[in-house]
Every structure is written in structure tokens, then in C-alpha cells.
Design a protein around this ligand. Structure first.
Ligand code: NAP
Ligand code: ZN
Ligand code: ZN
Length: 348
């Protein structure tokens, strides 16, 4: 049985600490990966602190994984030993329902298997995530990485990237559309890069005045400090689409007022408490509030290949695993430019 070293949360309050555990042997269609880099998603913080009420301890978080293949089962066709491979938020699903057959495994009717803190469909154990030395995964749930991209800066694409790429594609962000991105964090800065790259008139909404220059450098056509009511008012009724990535509880009404008639705000951020909504802000313009969750395996590969062709990666701060608790505190203070990525060689 491959042994694994990692960092785990042991309860909702204590800092993450070293943890050693075993993984199962890879099956015929599975690969074993030595993890090189793992991104730090705000969901890891929500999960380890049990803010969604579904924590299982010990919990090894991490679902933005880039690593090197160290073993491949005999029916594996996509990877060879030595290749780079990437793994995101889900690692299995029923593989036979309608959404699975369409390549929308994240909408699996029987429920997809999360990369960590979920029941492994193969042996019933609890999945342990990417803040660790290795991972075992079916090749269907692993992706190839364009050779021209920095593997450390690719890691955040596996969650922050696909979670913003997918809704921007679905709601047709592109030329002629005015698109707003709420929050310039891990997800938000990828949403900004994609919306700009797709040709939309892209407006970054931020609560942090200090991020204004960065937002412009990252591709925003305009930046609105969302706490400035006068600035918000100037843009009232002008947006086709808004992608809300904010991680903390917040009112939706100020953003609803920005939408045009028939506009949509799509929520991807998952604050501990849901927002309250002023119904009149919705009905008076037939506005829609929608949600979106990561993306399926084919779309995740499509996103990675798009990034390869267009030279898109995440802005990262690389940290050793020993700094993970400090990184969580900095993330809560909105003090990260714009995604922490753990260099897993620090475990060795
Ligand atoms: P992050 O890096 O911490 O960024 C969150 C950003 O939200 C902050 O940088 C901040 O941007 C903004 N923000 C914070 N408080 C706010 C408030 N009160 N009002 C408006 N904006 C506020 O977090 P992340 O990793 O991008 O994750 C964002 C959220 O998405 C989390 O809740 C996470 O769990 C969720 N998520 C969902 C999915 C999915 O599939 N739907 C996937 C991954 C993550 P400014 O400083 O610019 O205001
Ligand atoms: Zn995530
Ligand atoms: Zn399914």
C-alpha cells in the first residue's frame, strides 16, 4: 500500500498539522501521482473549519493538484510514467447516468466523489486530498497539462480556473457583453482573465481599493470599488452578466441593481450564510440568479488546452506546506496575490 505524508485538519478549530496515512494500490485504469504542487482554495478553509457542516476528520484538503505520474495501470492510455498530470475537485462519479455520459460528471445523479473528505467508491475509505505527497486516481478524472505552462501556476486552474471558465462559457461572455466579476481572489482573478480573453467588456468589482491597479493589469477594462455607492450607481442597469466569487456573506442587492433587463448574476462563491434577496430588484427587470459548480472532465481539459493556447495561468504565491496555517489567515484578510500554491517538495 503506498504510504502518503501530508497535512491534515483534525478538528474545526486547530491548525493543520502533519499526518501520515496509506493510499490504496492503483487499479488497472488508475494512475499514481507524485504531487508537485497543490493550490490553496478558499473551499479548503470552509471545509477544514466545517463552515458547510459536512467535515470528516482527519481531513487532508487540496483539490488543485499537479504532479508526475509514477505508475500507470495496464489499461491506462492517456498517461505514461513520467508525464505531468492534474487533478481537480472530483475524482469519481457513477460513470453511467445521463450527466456522466455527457461528460458532466460534476452533476452526476448519484453524486460525484470529491477529492477529499468523501467516500471512495472503490474501497469505501475517506478520500484524502492534495496537501500530500501522492494521489491515486482513475485516468478519466486526471488531465494532461500543456507543456508551455508553468506547472505551479497551472495548479489553481483545476478549481479556480474551471469554476470561472465554465459559467463564463455557459452564459456566453464575449464580444458585445458587459461582464462583471465580483471579488478579486483566487476564483475572481481567473474569471477576470477569462472574461477579458473571451472578448467581453470586463469590469472587476472589488471591496479592496488597493487591488485596483492589479485588476487593470490583469485585464479589467474598468474597476468598481463596490463599497462606493456613487461609483456603483454610475453603472446601474448596464451589465449583461455578473459572476459572484465572494467568499464572505454579502448582500446581493447592490449587484442586482447593476444588471440590465434579463441579466443574470451567477453565484460560485459559497459563503457560510446564503444571501438575502430583495424580490423587487429581481422582478422589475426579469433578472436571474443562478449557480454554477466547477465543470465536467471534458470541459476541464478544454479549459487547460485553452490556457495553453492563450498563455493563461494563475498569479501565484508559492509557499512551503509549513506555512499553510498562516496562508489561511492571510486569505481571510484578502491578502493573497492571487492564489497560494504549496510546493510539495517542502514535505520531503
Ligand atoms: P479567495 O481567494 O479568498 O477570494 C474571495 C474574494 O471574495 C476576496 O478576495 C474578496 O475580493 C471577495 N470578498 C470577500 N468578502 C467579500 C464581501 N463581503 N463582499 C464582496 N466580496 C468579498 O477565495 P476563492 O478561493 O476565490 O473562493 C471564493 C469562493 O468560491 C469561496 O466561497 C469558495 O468556497 C467558492 N468556490 C466555489 C466553487 C464552485 O464550484 N462553485 C469552486 C471553488 C470555490 P475583493 O478583495 O476583491 O473584494
Ligand atoms: Zn476549490
Ligand atoms: Zn453519474
Amino acid at each position: 500500500m503506498p504510504s502518503s505524508k501530508g497535512y491534515a485538519a483534525f478538528d474545526s478549530k486547530s491548525p493543520l498539522a502533519p499526518h501520515t496515512f496509506n493510499r490504496r494500490e492503483p487499479g488497472p485504469s488508475e494512475i499514481a501521482i507524485e504531487i508537485l504542487y497543490c493550490g490553496v482554495c478558499h473551499s479548503d478553509l470552509h471545509m477544514t473549519r466545517n463552515e458547510w457542516g459536512n467535515a470528516v476528520y482527519p481531513m487532508v484538503p487540496g483539490h488543485e493538484i499537479v504532479g508526475r505520474v509514477t505508475a500507470a495501470g495496464k489499461s491506462v492510455t492517456k498517461f505514461r510514467v513520467g508525464d505531468l498530470a492534474a487533478v481537480g475537485v472530483i475524482v469519481d462519479s457513477c460513470r453511467h447516468c445521463e450527466p456522466c455520459n455527457r461528460g458532466e460528471e460534476h452533476f452526476c445523479i448519484e453524486g460525484s466523489t470529491l477529492t477529499y473528505a468523501a467516500k471512495d467508491r472503490v474501497d469505501g475509505s475517506i478520500t484524502m486530498g492534495g496537501y500530500s505527497s501522492n494521489y491515486i486516481v482513475d485516468e478519466r478524472f486526471a488531465h494532461t497539462i500543456p507543456a508551455n505552462l508553468d506547472p505551479a501556476a497551472v495548479a489553481p486552474l483545476l478549481c479556480a480556473g474551471i469554476t470561472t471558465y465554465s459559467p463564463l462559457r455557459h452564459w456566453n461572455a464575449g464580444p458585445g457583453k458587459k461582464v462583471g466579476i465580483v471579488g478579486l481572489g483566487g476564483l475572481g482573478h481567473m474569471g477576470l482573465k477569462f472574461a477579458h480573453s473571451f472578448g467581453a467588456h470586463t469590469v472587476q468589482l472589488t471591496t479592496s481599493l488597493k487591488k485596483k491597479d492589479d485588476a487593470l493589469k490583469l485585464g479589467a477594462d474598468e474597476v468598481i470599488v463596490s463599497t462606493d455607492a456613487a461609483e456603483m450607481k454610475k453603472h446601474a442597469g448596464t451589465f449583461d452578466f455578473i459572476l459572484d466569487t465572494a467568499s464572505a456573506p454579502h448582500a446581493l442587492d447592490p449587484y442586482l441593481s447593476l444588471l440590465k433587463q434579463d441579466g443574470t448574476i451567477t453565484l460560485v462563491g459559497l459563503p457560510e450564510k446564503p444571501p438575502s434577496i430583495n424580490m423587487f430588484a429581481l422582478i422589475t427587470k426579469r433578472a436571474s440568479i443562478a449557480g454554477s459548480m466547477i465543470g465536467g472532465m471534458p470541459e476541464t481539459q478544454e479549459m487547460l488546452d485553452y490556457c495553453g493556447r492563450n498563455g493563461i495561468v494563475s498569479e501565484i504565491e508559492v509557499i512551503p506546506i509549513q506555512q499553510i496555517n498562516e496562508a489561511y489567515e492571510r486569505m481571510l484578510k484578502q491578502d493573497v496575490k492571487y492564489r497560494f500554491v504549496i510546493d510539495m517538495s517542502s514535505l520531503r
